[in-house]
Design a protein around this ligand. Structure first.
Ligand SMILES: NC(=O)c1ccc[n+]([C@@H]2O[C@H](COP(=O)([O-])OP(=O)(O)OC[C@H]3O[C@@H](n4cnc5c(N)ncnc54)[C@H](OP(=O)(O)O)[C@@H]3O)[C@@H](O)[C@H]2O)c1
Length: 305
């Protein structure tokens, strides 16, 4: 598995991250085999959140990996906090409490990366800064980032937060690529020009913040998988043809499409199927041509101006 630095940090991470949101769909033996397979592929970066499975996903993972000091050094753990029942909460108290809960469930004493999960409009950047300082000084969290935030929200945090924001986890797939599309349609009257994220793609590139695309196989908001889906005939035909050329599966090509972007993204895959996991990891070795990248983009129904 190819690796890269996460954001401006010195943390070397695999280019494909393993999302653990769905690990509670596996029984203990399956979860153990899944995690072991990921490690064999070099996919040792695991994405969590305190809310996945109401906390159960972190516990299932810790058991599956047989967490101990030796294992802990071989894996990279990221988790998120800030989403609560009916609200978002970036208060100092909630961030600190959440991290303690995460560490307990993951059976570890530190997180490699903590992300703030969804923007909280009641955020007080000074409070976040205090929380991050305490977490960093105590050794509980080594790196910090955000998820689903636009550039101004990140700038607001940076007013007080002194640690670099190393990652921004954002919804992005071939069929969910508004951050790319708005960049092609700057200043035009069509809907494709609507800027939904404040230019987050270019901002993250400028600031060296790693974009972590979540739900790389989904269309809509968890409406389903676009691969093999009759709603996307042209896209599937194009992907299948390119997959045949490289002698890989359509799954590999969908991830290779994200990895081809020079923003140096780290897709967070959600599969719990070991064969699909391996196919996702293979994307690390595929470098699509410019023409192939654009063919796939257009086959998803996007029209270039
Ligand atoms: N920051 C955020 O707000 C946010 C939001 C959502 C998710 N996330 C993170 O992103 C990760 C990935 O999200 P996701 O799980 O929605 O991503 P995903 O990889 O797009 O979707 C995974 C789901 O799609 C299925 N799937 C994938 N390819 C398939 C195919 N070819 N045919 C049939 N089914 C297929 C998988 O089933 P199988 O298991 O059978 O392969 C699994 O149920 C999560 O684990 C989480 O860590 C973050």
């Amino acid at each position: 598995m190819r690796t890269m630095k996460l954001g401006t940090s010195s943390l070397e991470v695999p280019v494909v991250a393993v999302g653990c949101m769905r690990i509670n769909s596996l029984n203990n033996t399956e979860a153990e085999r899944f995690v072991q397979s990921a490690l064999e592929e070099g996919a040792n970066f695991f994405d969590h959140a305190d809310i996945y499975g109401g906390g159960a996903c972190e516990e299932i993972f810790a058991d599956a990996v047989h967490m101990n000091d030796d294992i802990r050094e071989k894996i990279i753990l990221q988790s998120k906090c800030g989403i609560r029942q009916g609200m978002f909460d970036f208060s100092k108290e909630h961030i600190l409490e959440s991290v303690d809960g995460i560490l307990k469930r993951l059976k570890t004493d530190y997180l490699d990366v903590l992300l703030l999960h969804r923007p909280d409009t009641l955020v007080e950047p000074e409070e976040v800064a205090e929380a991050f300082d305490i977490l960093e000084t105590s050794g509980k969290v080594r790196h910090f980032g955000v998820s689903n935030q636009n550039p101004f929200q990140m700038e607001l945090l940076k007013k007080s937060v002194k640690q670099p924001l190393v990652a921004n986890q954002l919804q992005l797939s071939i069929t969910n690529s508004t951050m790319i599309t708005s960049g092609f349609n700057v200043n035009m009257e069509n809907d494709a020009a609507i800027n939904r994220d404040g230019g987050v793609l270019d901002y993250c590139r400028l600031q060296d913040i790693t974009i972590q695309p979540w739900s790389p196989f989904q269309y809509g908001f968890f409406e389903g998988v676009f691969l093999g889906n009759e709603k996307f005939p042209e896209l599937n035909q194009t992907i299948d043809t390119i997959a045949e050329k490289y002698e890989v599966s359509n799954t590999t090509i969908a991830i290779a499409w994200l990895l081809r972007h020079p923003a140096r993204m780290q897709p967070v895959i959600g599969t719990m199927n070991i064969d699909r996991l391996k196919d996702c990891c293979k994307a690390s070795d595929i470098y699509l041509t410019r023409q192939e990248w654009y063919e796939i983009y257009r086959a998803a129904g996007n029209v270039l101006p």
